[in-house]
Design a protein. Sequence first.
Length: 108
Amino acid sequence: MNGRRNMANVTLALVLRETSKIAFADARRFVDNNGNFKHLIDLDDDSAGAIQELKFETLEDGSTAVIGVGLADKSAALDTLMQYLAIKDVETLERIQDQVREILEREI
């Protein structure tokens, strides 16, 4: 029963938003100006939503540090969006990207 309840909360806008996080992830958002990985708490929601795995290292003092971030499959996410939106060329892609942003902004 919980599965059905959770599915009722899934909307097209939510699916587009989550897929867009992966499709448009930018690796530069994961590091600070010195090239060090940011703390997870400092990541914006879009960047955090694109993470598939984190790699940690235990430091000499016993603390841990992020040494790698594995992102979800960007190509698959772009393919999914392009198939859904029936995109055939770059101009159409750019126009659709603008429309998706507008939809997502209205939903927030």
